[in-house]
Ligand binder design. Structure first.
Ligand code: SF4
Length: 415
């Protein structure tokens, strides 16, 4: 529902878009801010730049390359002083609005004007200091949520495990900070309670649940069934509905790696699917076995193929993630050829997703060191773009049931 105002002095046009779980506030159509049901900033759009606030109160700024040479966006995290300055500016605007004698423009109904004013007061009750305290609250509930697939940024993350049980792929730094462990039943129950309290009213914005961390599905099957039962007891999960208007989650989502995924049978995956596991994401990276070895990823293309085939036979949707630029000039051709071959063999269909993720080389990573030793040159932006185009143009799927194909820029990740 849209509610329009003029500021008391008539110099600003303000539009509030009220939704059950969020509100957006537009000022003269040149600045737009959105807030969750608790009144915490979600996003801002100012001067053609998008700002996204993470749950641990970092601000990520994104904008388009002005000459559009790159398909990926330019991204930076604001420094602490810049973050504070930015949040202070946002709240100066919101405080002005909440105190203003706003005049309704063609008012829809008294109730919605009242509702709009109530939202503004709720938002104005926050400020940069109080938001800063959210970081501590977040860190008391979660170990860092290192990465999610892009379609899961609005998931309710539930960390049944922490870290990655392998943690030795040369290009991956996501879980270096922690040792892999599986939470006990009781600890997971406490975690669910803490997560629910942290989100509060804003939980309605979360569309799905994501079982973290890196490869949570690696845990023993019996334990996994108990964990999924707990998730189903705690939350309403109705994959195909939403018709009665009550909030429910669309399903449970998670990562698995190809080298442990092939330890699960079709029957195992069916039992998980019966407990609302909906889609599983596999970091396939490449179809080239030699390159997988170079990355120290203990999987083969054949294992990835089998893991995906087993999950699909069990009725699960699959997300496969392929790296772009990995292996530099040396592996460029084999990466393109073998990846096309692998993806085309996977029988991916509507409901499945292929993500192409540009590799960002950490200069101090084991990957960068190995590449330097082997005299492998990193691909330029243009060459990475060409590699992406080459792989995409080699993909063949039935025209009436195609998987979604999308970019996965890990720098854009926010939670
Ligand atoms: S790429 Fe996946 S399996 Fe490899 S270390 Fe990272 S999270 Fe673990």
């Amino acid at each position: 529902m849209l509610v329009e105002f003029q500021t008391g002095e008539g110099n600003r046009h303000v539009v509030l878009s009220l939704k059950p779980d969020a509100v957006s506030v537009s000022l003269d159509e040149v600045e737009v801010y959105s807030f969750d049901r608790e009144g915490r900033l979600l996003t801002a759009w100012v001067n053609d730049h998008t700002y996204v606030r993470t749950l641990d109160n970092r601000i990520i700024k994104k904008w388009r390359d002005p000459d559009r040479r790159r398909p990926w966006k330019l991204i930076e995290a604001l420094s602490a002083p810049d973050r504070q300055r930015f949040l202070n500016q946002v709240w100066a605007r919101m405080n002005d609005l909440s105190r203003d004698r706003l005049q309704s423009v063609s008012p829809p109904a008294d109730a919605s004007v009242k509702q709009a004013r109530a939202w503004l007061s709720k938002i104005a009750a926050w400020d940069s200091e109080r938001l800063e305290q959210e970081r501590e609250r977040f860190n008391s509930v979660y170990t860092p949520v290192s990465i999610l697939p892009p379609d899961q940024y609005f998931a309710l993350v539930l960390q049944a495990t922490e870290g990655c049980h392998w943690n030795r792929c040369t290009f991956c730094h996501f879980y270096r900070h922690c040792r892999f462990r599986i939470k006990s039943d009781e600890e997971f129950g406490q975690h669910i309670k803490a997560v629910t309290a942290f989100f509060g009213d804003a939980i309605g914005l979360r569309r799905s649940t994501f079982l973290g961390d890196a490869n949570a599905l690696v845990m023993p099957q019996e334990k996994l069934l108990t964990i999924l039962d707990r998730v189903n007891q705690a939350f309403a999960i109705t994959p195909k509905s939403g018709s009665d208007g009550r909030h429910s989650f669309q399903g449970i989502y998670s990562f698995i790696d190809a080298f442990s995924g092939d330890r699960k049978s079709e029957a195992d995956f069916r039992s998980l699917q019966a407990r609302h596991l909906q889609r599983v994401y596999v970091g396939v990276e490449t179809g080239c076995d030699e390159l997988l070895k170079f990355l120290n990823k203990p999987a083969t293309a054949q294992q990835a193929l089998e893991t995906v085939a087993t999950m699909k036979r069990a009725g699960l949707q699959v997300g496969v993630i392929v790296l772009i630029g990995v292996g530099g000039d040396y592996y460029n051709q084999s990466h393109v050829e073998q990846t096309i071959k692998l993806l085309n063999a996977m029988s991916l269909r509507q409901g499945d997703i292929i993500y192409f993720s540009p590799l960002y080389e950490e200069p101090t990573s084991a990957y960068a060191q190995r590449a330097a030793e082997a005299r492998i040159r990193s691909l330029t932006d243009r060459e990475r773009h060409e590699q992406l185009t080459a792989i995409r143009s080699g993909l063949r799927f039935p025209s009436d049931s195609q998987p979604k194909v999308s970019l996965y820029d890990i720098r854009e990740f926010v939670y």
